[in-house]
Design a protein. Sequence first.
Length: 136
Amino acid sequence: MGRTVSVYSQAYDIPITAERGASPADAPLLDERVLEELIAEVGIATFLDFVGRMSAAALSHHARIRSAHLAGDDEAARLAAHALCGLLGHFGLKQAACLSHAIETSGAGPQDCTALESVLRASLEALPHYARKLAA
């Protein structure tokens, strides 16, 4: 099942894979199937452009989660985690999407924000390298 997503006025059918309720510890860092399908749909050059734009947005959402948590604004943290979960799921960052979903549904503690940041940064660093490998 997919969803049509517009990115800078271009529409793409992108599969949704952030599985609700999946354990973050059991989730792979990256979802190879999502990456293969997205690269096949848009091409490696466009995909890598998307990754650059998505990375900035993902880090911004994470900063909003952390700030909201520190301010005691659980609703703002939940909304930012929801947005981050969807964004990461579209790009196959499965483990980070699962952590975001856990924060969305259960709230964020300091250790949750730290764990999410660690996994998010590792995923963002690995994603372009892994995508190039898949496209080769």
